[in-house]
Every structure is written in structure tokens, then in C-alpha cells.
Design a protein around this ligand. Structure first.
Ligand SMILES: Cc1cc2nc3c(=O)[nH]c(=O)nc-3n(C[C@H](O)[C@H](O)[C@H](O)COP(=O)(O)OP(=O)(O)OC[C@H]3O[C@@H](n4cnc5c(N)ncnc54)[C@H](O)[C@@H]3O)c2cc1C
Length: 422
């Protein structure tokens, strides 16, 4: 998929995006057909030649805002073709008490609350779209070796000897971002002391196109509906228990899941391999530096309990794209601090608000202190009966508006197809 003739050992760009994952490739699509010359550097070769019936056990709950971004960038149809699952209900309850809350898309006049999509489906759609843009080179696989920032530009060398330079480098290279480490930007971070065990299961009763989430002191357990009727499991639990769950044979794992979740979906059976992801909150103390910007997981990671991580990253991508395109139109350098600070100002408050909310939720439900248990259970039940509060919660989770700390949603995240690129 590499479009570049690498016999030329030196290449110049306006913007180099390191990381061709969901967020990095989306930023590139948002800069497609512009006057900016873009390189996307991805360390690993993608393989979209899937076996019939296979699954990616990593999935994402995608908000309406993210769906609009994908629609406006012309990649939503490709995702629909490969399989997206709309969900229109969400059931949330506290396993240690009587507290519960239920959300239904009809309460806010929408057909659905969002979609569950395999990560490989998203990545395939956005990476494939890059080939449509003459101003974008996708360099894959390419391993970077060094990065030098100076007042004028950024210079990179790759392990194969290729040298690249640009006005701006964007780190979209995930939670352990190489770009962030090279930049020296510091990170606020702590472990949740939980791992998320992920896998797929079949259930004898239908998932009813609903997300089911049960909160337990050691972490939440979610069943997310998939297009083929199976469910994706995200089971956040202590590091020790996660290891125990991974070591069990398939039958014992299914049994343990059944006992923990109960019979709401009938008989549960493991139908895939299992994976495990350590959970950490991370927040880069700065998103930008002269000639450098961080987006997506390179800038922040959040507990997956409300499925917001990639949704925040996609908003970073389209806000940064807006600012870079504005700079281009106004003949300003895309690497200038004045341009990059605008991106940071527009995204930081929103991201911090979401990180803090998810962190608070995680702590609230991890706590076994009886008065707090009573409070959270009655809080859930009260919220369930208060329509305005509930509507606000649903709309925020659907990404229908920003956190309230920042402005309205960026243009590409709005349902206005006039921005669609061809
Ligand atoms: C269990 C779990 C469940 C989740 N569920 C949800 C959910 O339901 N909804 C949601 O919104 N979010 C969810 N998330 C979060 C979501 O997965 C992340 O926020 C998202 O993957 C971040 O995308 P990204 O493109 O920023 O980073 P990544 O997905 O990590 O992609 C980074 C890319 O950069 C490449 N790369 C890395 N280093 C280099 C380098 N040095 N050079 C070149 N390329 C490099 C990688 O190969 C990769 O392709 C979940 C996370 C976990 C752990």
C-alpha cells in the first residue's frame, strides 16, 4: 500500500502524521484534497484480507459525532459494508445493589444511540480512503529511528535510511507514543490496577440491539451487541483476576461469565480467543510544541467504561484538521505555535472533562463503603426517573454536543453532508 517511490531517499512534506490507526488515518482523510502535502507513517503493515467468519475482538462504541465524521469523510459506507451494529438501548446496573438506569434512543427522538464497530473495520475504511487523495503518501510499514525539531521544520530518519522533513509532525501513534517520548512532553498517568479482558460470546437469547453494563467493585462488565448476533465482552477487573480468567479453559470461562452476569441473555458461550489490555489513565501535559502536535491516545487514554477513547481522538483529529486548513488558507505555517495552540485550547478542556468523569465513575463504583453504595444506587434510580437529566446524559454520551466546557462540535462532526469530500 506504500505509494511512495522510496528510491528517493529524501522527502519533504507539510505534515507528517506518525500512526495510521483509526485517529491518524482520519486526520489524513480530513486533510485529503487540500493544498497540504501529507505523509502518514505506519509502523506495521495492515492486512485487510480477513477470513470469512473471523472477528477482531477489539471493538469500539462509536458516537453520532464520530459517525458524522466518517460520513463526511466518505468512509461510513465502507464500514457499513463490512458490518456495523446499531444499538438503541443501554441497560446499566450496580451488581451490589438495586440501582439501575435504562436508556432508549426513542427518548431523545433518535433511531439509535450509536454503533458497535470492530476496530479493523474502522481502520480498513479510513486507510483505504487515503489512496483516493493525491496529496497523501501512506508509508507502511516504516519504522522511525530519530526525530529532530528545529525552528524551521522537523526532520525524521527511518531505519531503512529514508529521510523526511515537514513543517509539522503529528503524533497519532497511540498510548505509548514514540513522538511524545521524543518530544519530551510530560505525562500525567496512573494505573487503574485493572485489565480489560475482551472476547466474543454467543448468547441463547437475543442481545436485543442493546448494550448491557454491570458495575462491580472490581470493575464493569459490558456486553456489546455485534451485527451477527454475537456479543463483544469488555470485562474490566483486577490484574490478578484477569490473568485467572485468561488461564481458564473455554468451558470454565463461559461458566464464570454466566455466574457473574446472570441469565439476562440466556446461556453464554465463549466464541473467540481472549485478549487483555492493562488500563491506565494518561494525559499529556501539553498537546503541542512548536512544529509538533499530539492527538488521540498519544495525548490521552481513558477508562473504556463509557466507550469514549477513540471518539475523543476523532474529535482531536477533525479539530486539528480545521486549524491546519485555516492556517493554510491564511498563508500561515501549519507548524506555528499560534496555530497549534488553537487546537490545544479547543480540545484539552473537553478531554479533561471526560477523563475526570470516567475516573470518577470508576472510583464511585469500585468503592464498597456502604453509605456510598446506597447513594450511588439511589442516584442511579433517581436519574432513571428524571427525564431532563437522563436526556442530557444520553445526548452527551451520543456525542450530540460537546462537554459544555468548549464550543459546539467541529464542522466535520455535524450532520451536514455538504462537507463530504469526493
Ligand atoms: C478494552 C478497550 C475497549 C475500548 N473500547 C472503546 C470504545 O468502545 N469506544 C471508544 O471510543 N474507545 C474505546 N477504546 C479506546 C480506543 O481503542 C482507543 O482510544 C483508540 O484505539 C485510539 O486510537 P489511536 O489511533 O489514537 O491509537 P491506536 O489505535 O493505538 O493506533 C496507533 C497507530 O500508530 C501505530 N504506531 C505506533 N507507534 C508507531 C511508530 N513509532 N511509528 C509509526 N506508527 C506507529 C500503531 O501501529 C497503530 O496503528 C477501548 C480501549 C480498550 C483498551
Amino acid at each position: 500500500m506504500t505509494k511512495l517511490n522510496t528510491t528517493n531517499k529524501e522527502q519533504s512534506y507539510d505534515v507528517i502524521i506518525v500512526g495510521g490507526g483509526m485517529v491518524g488515518a482520519t486526520l489524513a482523510c480530513a486533510l485529503g484534497n487540500s493544498s497540504l502535502k501529507i505523509a502518514v507513517i505506519e509502523a506495521y503493515q495492515s492486512n485487510f484480507d480477513w477470513q470469512e467468519g473471523s472477528h477482531d475482538i477489539r471493538v469500539s462504541a462509536i458516537t453520532h459525532a464520530s459517525q458524522h465524521i466518517f460520513e463526511n469523510l466518505g468512509v461510513w459506507d465502507g464500514m457499513q459494508h463490512d458490518g456495523v451494529a446499531a444499538y438503541d438501548k443501554m441497560h446499566v446496573w450496580d451488581a451490589t445493589g438495586q440501582g439501575q438506569i435504562h436508556f432508549d434512543s426513542t427518548e431523545v427522538g433518535q433511531a439509535d444511540l450509536g454503533h458497535i464497530i470492530e476496530n479493523r473495520v474502522i481502520q480498513k475504511a479510513v486507510q483505504t480512503r487515503l489512496a483516493d487523495f493525491d496529496n497523501i503518501d501512506l508509508l507502511m510499514p516504516l519504522q522511525l529511528q530519530s526525530m529532530q525539531l528545529n525552528g524551521q521544520n522537523v526532520e525524521l530518519t527511518a531505519t531503512d535510511g529514508l529521510r523526511l522533513n515537514a513543517q509539522l509532525i503529528v503524533g497519532a501513534d497511540g498510548a505509548n507514543s514514540w513522538v511524545r517520548k521524543q518530544s519530551g512532553i510530560s505525562l500525567s498517568s496512573w494505573s487503574y490496577h485493572q485489565n480489560a479482558v475482551v472476547c466474543n460470546v454467543t448468547t441463547s437469547d437475543s442481545h436485543q440491539n442493546a448494550c448491557w453494563q454491570q458495575f462491580m467493585p472490581e470493575g464493569p462488565l459490558a456486553f456489546l451487541p455485534l451485527a451477527d448476533g454475537q456479543s463483544s465482552i469488555v470485562w474490566s477487573t483486577t490484574e490478578e483476576k484477569a490473568q485467572w480468567l485468561l488461564n481458564m479453559d473455554e468451558h470454565d470461562f463461559s461458566q464464570e461469565l454466566q455466574v457473574t452476569f446472570g441469565s439476562s441473555l440466556g446461556r453464554i458461550q465463549l466464541s473467540s480467543e481472549r485478549g487483555s489490555f492493562p488500563l491506565r489513565l494518561r494525559h499529556a501535559n501539553h498537546y503541542v510544541q512548536e512544529r509538533l502536535a499530539l492527538i488521540g491516545d498519544a495525548a490521552h487514554t481513558v477508562h473504556p467504561l463509557a466507550g469514549q477513547g477513540v471518539n475523543l481522538g476523532l474529535l482531536d483529529a477533525v479539530v486539528l484538521a480545521e486549524e491546519l486548513l485555516n492556517a493554510g488558507e491564511n498563508k500561515r505555517s501549519v507548524g506555528a505555535m499560534s496555530v497549534l495552540r488553537r487546537y490545544e485550547r479547543r480540545r484539552k478542556g473537553d478531554n479533561i472533562a471526560m477523563l475526570a468523569a470516567m475516573d470518577g465513575f470508576k472510583r464511585l463504583f469500585s468503592n464498597d463503603f456502604t453509605p456510598l453504595k446506597v447513594l450511588r444506587n439511589s442516584g442511579l434510580n433517581i436519574a432513571d426517573t428524571l427525564s431532563p437529566l437522563k436526556n442530557l446524559m444520553i445526548k452527551r454520551a451520543m456525542g450530540l454536543f460537546g462537554s459544555g466546557l468548549s464550543e459546539k462540535l467541529p464542522r466535520l462532526a455535524q450532520p451536514d453532508l455538504s462537507h463530504k469530500q469526493n
